[in-house]
Design a protein. Structure first.
Length: 234
């Protein structure tokens, strides 16, 4: 099978964007976008679809097993992990672009530091020993799968870096704390959830079914709203 990859890139320290296209042949039906990027970058010489010499495609990966979130990018306009996107889903051509909510560093690499700055700003930690409620084990397990990949932020109409609303990438780890919080820390964690997530979330649920880790964002949000905002025990 043969596919064309159209990549919206840019060089380090330059603003101008450009598209490079590469042809890629594969026989394994399970071949992924990540596999194609790895193989293309190994070519010597590396030529684009017009047989012109090309620099390697700059992109990030670490685990290649859907565990680190580093390879998140727009694949045919939808945020996905490159190591989880099968080429066979895309027919003869597929477009790759960096996530748009974060500064583009080079080609498919973005600076996701705003996600981690948000977690620091919220002070997303407990000051004393946590005592998770056994009834909430499923919820804590669900939340612990977050990769901080940013896919949910990409589709969220209310999130932009630097804003007060920190989006689902903050609400998911917050929901773990909400499930484990002691009486003395309840006030702070609940207030942070309300200020940094609940107040700004439009409940559009655009983030539903987008998470590559399969996190049920609606389930976590409903539980966190009930505990932190409505002070209901669930
Ligand atoms: S909730 Fe899902 S989509 Fe959002 S950052 Fe975590 S892993 Fe990525
Ligand atoms: S429900 Fe809508 S506004 Fe709230 S986090 Fe999800 S996408 Fe964003
Ligand atoms: S390389 Fe780690 S999630 Fe894709």
């Amino acid at each position: 099978m043969k596919i064309r990859l159209d990549i919206l890139g840019k060089k380090y320290n330059e603003d101008k964007q450009y598209i490079r296209s590469f042809e890629y042949e594969y026989s394994d039906a399970g071949a992924t976008v990540a596999a194609a990027l790895c193989d293309i970058n190994k070519r010597e010489p590396l030529l684009d679809i017009n047989k012109e010499p090309s620099e390697p495609i700059r992109w990030e990966c670490s685990c290649l097993q859907k565990k680190c979130g580093a390879c998140a990018m727009l694949i045919n306009g939808r945020p996905r992990l490159a190591c989880d996107a099968k080429l066979s889903e895309y027919g003869e051509a597929v477009s790759l672009a960096p996530l748009k909510k974060f500064p583009q560093v080079a080609d498919l690499i973005v600076d996701r530091q705003p996600i981690f700055d948000n977690l620091r700003q919220i002070e997303l930690w407990l000051g004393e020993k946590a005592q998770p409620d056994e009834k909430r084990t499923q919820l804590i397990h669900e939340a612990s799968r977050c990769l901080q990949c940013g896919c949910c932020l990409e589709v969220c109409p209310n999130f932009y870096p630097g804003g007060d609303f920190k989006g689902m990438a903050a609400a998911v780890p917050l929901s773990r704390l909400i499930s484990a919080v002691s009486d003395t820390e309840k006030k702070r964690i609940f207030a942070e959830y309300e200020k940094y997530f609940y107040a700004g979330c439009g409940k559009s649920l655009s983030c539903k079914d987008i998470c590559p880790a399969g996190i049920d964002t609606e389930y976590l949000m409903v539980n966190s709203n009930a505990a932190a905002v409505w002070k209901r025990k669930r």
